[in-house]
Write a protein that binds this ligand. Structure first.
Ligand SMILES: Nc1ncnc2c1ncn2[C@@H]1O[C@H](COP(=O)(O)OP(=O)(O)O)[C@@H](O)[C@H]1O
Ligand SMILES: [Mg+2]
Length: 263
């Protein structure tokens, strides 16, 4: 999978790709945390994944980019298919990790490096870009998330919302074809969460394929194209977000929505 665009091409746009998980099972010892979970995220689609704590949402995301090794099941990202119950080659692993960016609840920036360096370094390490190329791309992305003026600061001089936007820029700098988000605003004050959600909203509008675990019900209802509800390691309901919010088919979904919306 080689891109024909060059990194110096400012208009370079990576074509978003699909993510398909089929029959993912994850067991920790004899506890089944994911029980045959299948999901399709089409190119450019934004899927929100919600559900009670312990449902297996984070485990599912971590399984998709193989931060966690599924017990069995198939993962397909674009034209890369990985049968997880057999040996996964290091080439498959690095291709998958390069194509699928991930943003976590905790931002995990390097505290001893400037914001610019945090965004530039992975490009040099993973994509072999030169320092100049990587820094130029980093600067473009920092502008895009509204943080050009923070480029030379250490992360500790940035608010949580700013740090999470740097983490998003860092993930985008590797030109991912799809992005996974695991509760990216849950560690932030509501107001700082909004600036992160705004960046995610723009990314969605630009056509990025996104799978977003979120407790932000506005985002789930208004930004996502498709809503998936998980509980106890299974998908219990999925469909049109507004439909599910208005009239869920499952009692379990209704109880969950009532609990989060009443908070
Ligand atoms: N490394 C692990 N070892 C054992 N159990 C785990 C591990 N990671 C997650 N779990 C369990 O898997 C279940 C699902 O967790 P998680 O995926 O974090 O759920 P969610 O993100 O929906 O809150 C929980 O019961 C959790 O305790
Ligand atoms: Mg979680």
């Amino acid at each position: 999978m080689s891109e024909t665009t060059t990194p110096s091409d400012k208009t370079a746009q990576v074509r978003p790709t699909s993510i398909h998980a089929h029959g993912l099972v994850k067991k920790f010892g004899d506890v089944t945390v994911l029980d045959e979970v299948s999901m399709d995220v089409e190119p450019g689609q934004v899927v929100a994944l919600i559900g009670p704590s312990g449902a297996g949402k984070s485990t599912f995301l971590r399984c998709i980019n193989l931060l966690e090794r599924p017990t069995s099941g198939t993962i397909t990202v674009g034209d890369l298919t990985i049968e997880t119950s057999t040996t996964v080659s290091s080439k498959q692993l690095s291709d998958l990790r390069r194509d699928v960016g991930m943003v976590f609840q905790s931002f995990n920036l390097f505290p001893h490096m400037s914001v610019l360096r945090n965004v530039a370094l992975p490009q040099m390490r993973v994509l072999g870009r030169s320092k100049d190329e990587a820094e130029s791309r980093a600067m473009d992305l920092l502008k895009r998330v509204g943080l050009a003026e923070k480029a030379d600061q250490y992360p500790s001089r940035c608010s949580g919302g700013q740090q999470q936007r740097v983490a998003i820029a860092r993930a985008l700098a590797l030109d991912p074809k799809a992005m996974l988000f695991d509760e990216p605003t849950s560690a932030l004050d509501p107001e700082l969460g909004l600036e992160v959600l705004e960046v995610m909203r723009e990314l969605a509008a630009e056509g990025m394929t996104m799978l977003v675990v979120t407790h932000e019900m506005h985002f789930a209802r208004d930004v996502s194209d498709h809503l998936v509800v998980m509980a106890d390691g299974r998908i219990i309901e999925e469909g049109d977000p507004k439909q599910i919010f208005t009239d869920p088919a499952q009692d379990r979904t209704r109880r969950f929505l009532r609990a989060v919306l009443d908070r």
